[in-house]
Design a binder for this molecule. Structure first.
Ligand SMILES: Nc1ncnc2c1ncn2[C@@H]1O[C@H](COP(=O)(O)OP(=O)(O)OP(=O)(O)O)[C@@H](O)[C@H]1O
Length: 241
């Protein structure tokens, strides 16, 4: 479904990613781990089309996703509908005056009847436990509420891939569990879930595959949960990230 071939990304001031080879299949639940600055957010920006690689090739369902592809507004819209990205910082994702408008925003860019939009907004608010927040100003919500609204706004477009950059940061254990339960449900419904986390203990029994970056911005390990279970030393390393 997602295929990266020798992907590198160079910022003007340094390296973001080095020679990434990666194949992700539909329906996987993958946890990306690694030290601060190792490249997880850069990878997510590339996968979601917010950046394009400075070297290598990225294919989504066999289509090459590059600057030329994303320059076309219609193609860009189709692509963004399929890959939803929940940013690490919800404040940069939420900009509407009410929660309901926030969730409807992406849908209003599509040729959909107002009653269809209303129905989808209601469904996504209910799914994320945000129904009671619908008339609130997103900017005034708590961290956990903002994260759920950001998730609702992404889910409204019914993407097949959901990318979440450290979605549990700064949330109470209860709020973290709420989001985790929802992600499990979404994977069971067939979505591909890609998330970055520093909390191995929290995710070790949920993610099915672990991709671990090193400080050289490369993939150091790409290992499934079953294989990881028989590697206590690597598990101990992940617990320290
Ligand atoms: N806008 C930017 N300009 C210049 N360098 C950047 C920029 N964003 C990231 N980098 C650099 O690219 C490298 C990878 O950063 P990235 O944010 O992808 O890492 P990360 O693994 O997501 O880190 P964290 O766990 O702290 O979120 C780092 O060396 C970082 O300093």
């Amino acid at each position: 479904m997602l295929n990266l071939q020798h992907i590198s990304y160079a910022y003007p001031t340094g390296t973001g990613l080095t020679d990434i080879e990666l194949q992700i299949n539909a329906g996987e639940f993958i946890c990306f781990m690694g030290p601060n600055g190792s490249g997880k957010s850069t990878l997510f920006n590339l996968l979601s089309g917010l950046k394009t690689a400075t070297a290598g090739h990225y294919y989504f369902n066999q289509t090459l996703i590059d600057a030329a592809y994303l320059k076309n507004a219609q193609q860009r819209q189709t692509f963004h509908q399929q890959i939803g990205f929940v940013f690490q910082n919800s404040d940069v994702q939420l900009f509407n005056l009410t929660v309901a408008d926030e969730v409807a925003f992406g849908l209003r860019q599509l040729p959909l009847a107002p009653y269809v939009i209303e129905q989808r907004v209601n469904d996504c608010l209910a799914l994320t436990g945000c129904t009671d927040l619908r008339d609130r100003v997103p900017y005034h919500l708590s961290g956990g509420e903002k994260k759920r609204v950001a998730l609702a706004s992404v889910l409204a477009l019914n993407p097949s891939v959901l990318i979440l950059d450290e979605p549990f940061n700064g949330l109470t254990p209860a709020a973290q569990q709420q989001i985790l339960d929802l992600l499990i449900q979404l994977q069971q419904a067939g979505k591909t879930i890609l998330l970055a986390s520093h909390d191995y203990a929290q995710i070790k029994n949920i993610a099915q595959r672990f991709i671990v970056f090193n400080e050289q911005h490369q993939i150091a390990y790409d290992i499934d949960r079953t294989s990881l279970a028989s590697q206590p030393q690597l598990q101990a390393e992940l617990a320290l990230l």
